[in-house]
Structures are given as C-alpha cells and as structure tokens.
Design a protein around this ligand. Structure first.
Ligand SMILES: *[C@@H]1O[C@H](CO)[C@@H](O)[C@H](O)[C@H]1NC(C)=O
Ligand SMILES: *[C@@H]1O[C@H](CO)[C@@H](O)[C@H](O)[C@H]1NC(C)=O
Ligand SMILES: *[C@@H]1O[C@H](CO)[C@@H](O)[C@H](O)[C@H]1NC(C)=O
Ligand SMILES: *[C@@H]1O[C@H](CO)[C@@H](O)[C@H](O)[C@H]1NC(C)=O
Ligand SMILES: *[C@@H]1O[C@H](CO)[C@@H](O)[C@H](O)[C@H]1NC(C)=O
Length: 132
C-alpha cells in the first residue's frame, strides 16, 4: 500500500517536471556555434544561413513531436536568441544530443551577430521559440 502510494507520487513528480518547461517560455542558457548540414529537421543548410539547434530534450518534448524528427512541428519555428541587447532570429533546423536542456546552437553567421566567434561559448543568453 505504502509503496503504491510512493510510486504514484513519483509518477506525478516526473509528469510535473516534464510539463514545467513550456516551449513558449523565455529561457536562459549557453550559446555555442555549430556547422549546419543535413539536420534533424531534414533540411540542408550551411553556415551562411541563420539557423539554430536546440537540445535533444527540448526538441523531443516539443508539442506534436513524433518518432520522425523531420515531422517535428518545432521545425516550422524560429528561435529568437538575445544577448547584450541584440536579438537574432534563426530557423530551428537541428538538435544537439550532448547539450544541456537549455543550451542553444547557432550557425556561425547568426552567432557572429551576437558575439565574436572566438568566444566559442556564451554563458548566459536569453532565448524563446517564436510562436509564428
Ligand atoms: C504558451 O502556450 C500556451 C498553450 O500552449 C498558451 O496558453 C500561452 O498563452 C502561451 N504563452 C505565450 C506567452 O505565448
Ligand atoms: C534551410 O534549408 C531548407 C531546405 O533544406 C530551406 O527550406 C530553408 O529555407 C533553409 N533555411 C534558411 C534559414 O535558409
Ligand atoms: C555589448 O555591446 C556593446 C555595444 O553595444 C559592445 O561595446 C560590448 O563589447 C558588448 N559586450 C559583449 C560582452 O559582447
Ligand atoms: C542569466 O541572466 C539573467 C538576466 O538576463 C539572470 O536573471 C539569470 O540569473 C542569469 N543566469 C545565470 C545562470 O547567470
Ligand atoms: C521573435 O522575433 C521576431 C522578429 O523580431 C518578433 O516578431 C517576434 O515577436 C519575436 N518572438 C518572441 C516570442 O519574442
């Protein structure tokens, strides 16, 4: 009896955590740059394009996500990334497997609008998925 209650409580906590990071809420995290190619969305882009990647966890928890990443509705959205008073808009095209949940990647052209590429990783940017 006690263990059943405990399990029920545990399930509730896990479910609550999964819902806590709503996709349209502004987040803070690390920004890095990556070299786009054929990404998880099935698009092929290069570094001259303003494109973005989000973490595997954020990608897979996006509403409407299925086993086929190409069909993920997140692939129809842009990411607004803000740092030091400047915002860059980049199309979401890929996911990053080894990233923290709130990390975002930008192509070098997009990254360069916000910081020097030689910085490599910017610790605390603000980002949000644009709803349009
Ligand atoms: C976020 O999405 C939820 C439903 O998915 C909606 O109720 C809410 O208004 C949205 N918030 C913003 C800031 O767009
Ligand atoms: C990325 O590539 C796809 C085609 O693979 C294209 O439709 C889309 O416009 C490209 N995105 C950007 C920002 O250039
Ligand atoms: C922030 O932007 C200002 C110009 O608006 C620039 O002088 C400064 O170097 C930038 N700081 C960083 C950390 O990128
Ligand atoms: C990131 O910056 C925001 C303000 O833009 C601040 O509220 C937040 O505490 C910072 N987070 C970290 C981890 O430094
Ligand atoms: C993202 O940026 C675009 C272009 O500046 C703007 O129209 C849109 O409102 C922004 N979305 C969010 C959620 O901040």
């Amino acid at each position: 009896m006690v263990s059943k209650l405990f399990l029920a409580a545990l399930t509730y906590v896990v479910a609550a955590c999964a819902q806590a990071s709503s996709w349209n809420v502004t987040q803070h995290g690390e920004m890095f740059h990556f070299v786009p190619g054929l990404g998880a969305c099935g698009y092929t882009n290069d570094s001259t394009r303003s494109v973005a990647s989000v973490s595997l966890n954020f990608f897979n928890s996006f509403p409407g996500s299925t086993d086929n990443p190409n069909d993920n509705p997140i692939c129809t959205h842009h990411l607004n990334v803000t740092y030091n008073g400047t915002t860059v808009v980049a199309q979401i095209v890929d996911l990053c497997i080894q990233c923290a949940d709130n990390s975002v990647g930008l192509s070098s052209s997009a990254f360069a609008h916000l910081a020097d590429l030689r910085v490599g990783i910017v610790k605390n940017v603000t980002w949000v998925v644009d709803s349009t």
